[in-house]
Design a protein around this ligand. Sequence first.
Ligand code: C6P
Length: 425
Amino acid sequence: MSGAEGTAERRPAAGTTPPALDVERIRADFPVLHQEVYGKPLVYLDNAATTQKPRAVIDAVSRFYAHDNSNVHRGVHALSQRATEEYEGVRGKVREFLNAASERELIFVRGTTEAINLVAATFGRARIRAGDEILLTEMEHHSNIVPWQLLAEQVGATIKVVPITDTGELVMESFEQLLTDRTRLVAVAHLSNALGTINPVRRIIQAAHDAGVPVLLDGAQAAPHIRVDVRELDCDFYAFSGHKIYGPTGIGVLYGKEKWLEDMPPYQGGGEMIRQVSFTRSTYGDLPAKFEAGTPNIAGAVGLGAAIDYVRGIGLDAIAAHEHAVLEYALAAADAIPGMRVVGRAREKASILSFVLDGIHPHDIGTILDRQGLAVRAGHHCAMPVMEHYCLPATARASFAVYNTRAEVDALMAGIRKVQEVFGL
Ligand code: C6P
């Protein structure tokens, strides 16, 4: 086990570069990587869709079910107390991971999608009215578009969109112009899943706050790759998914500043989120219970806790440095292949290599690569407005994680040449 010891994050001393990772040791932690697909060694490059799970996460979930399984916050018996301690203990780990001020600011949800829907349905319905504006960007994932459209339709608000440049960066002058006295919320991806762009979120938050506007960051892609400090960022909401950070599916986190969460009406009604219920009136529990109706994904939270330990054991700075080196290597290799074009060349970029090949549909690229054991995603990546910007139906996308190597990039590039050969190009 290379990364799961202890909960303190490994951080390099200020001004030093993190030590190189022992990637072979890390790979040994991930059982699923060691298999063949169609008789070829698996090269898993679909990490933006979901990451693989280290043994520590798999074992934590299985240990929970084998020893401690019970409902939380309800029973007086030993198992229920243990389950409650584990579940709430993970909230403490998430607090450290995001550097939130308090565990009251952390809501367990199904994932980023539910986190954003929660904010739209509660903060949004309470504070956004007819004629108000919600400011998004052209590079958002559908999960950070559609919940706001649903809200806008219900209350009569308007969606405004910050455009992107052809390199895949936000047009910041437009952002500043679109931020008006009608703007009630800015919702923006920290890291784009379709382009890999790392957005200038500090600048965005500063400008929005100067105008008195709160900011939600969609951290689905950033949390696994960049160290996030919600207090340093000063964002109002931050959402991420466990399954993209080596944890289980069906668990994620919404961070919200306490002042907003206190003020927001509940999301769903049910057990756990109440203080007192009668047929005339119900009152609601304290944070974070107010937003966690019903039996939560307890085993998922336990797995998320193990994933956070794992990531912090390696250190996010070391992970980011490793992935950056792999991405730079891949970008240089892509530039050397005639007919291959990378979509998204932002100066600040992480972990994503979206590309097209002249004369070949991305779905054909994905299918032919798959036959060579290379798992990439082909499609619109739930970011149709990005595809529209580039006048593309889809792209092929390789996305890197801590366990990917330069040798795997070489395999990808060899696979791409094979795709071109199949098409006689
Ligand atoms: N992107 C991808 O292949 P969920 O599904 O709730 O865990 O995450 C949604 C989501 C929200 N924002 C961004 C920036 C995302 O990338 C995603 C998920 C996956 O790119 C699946 S479409």
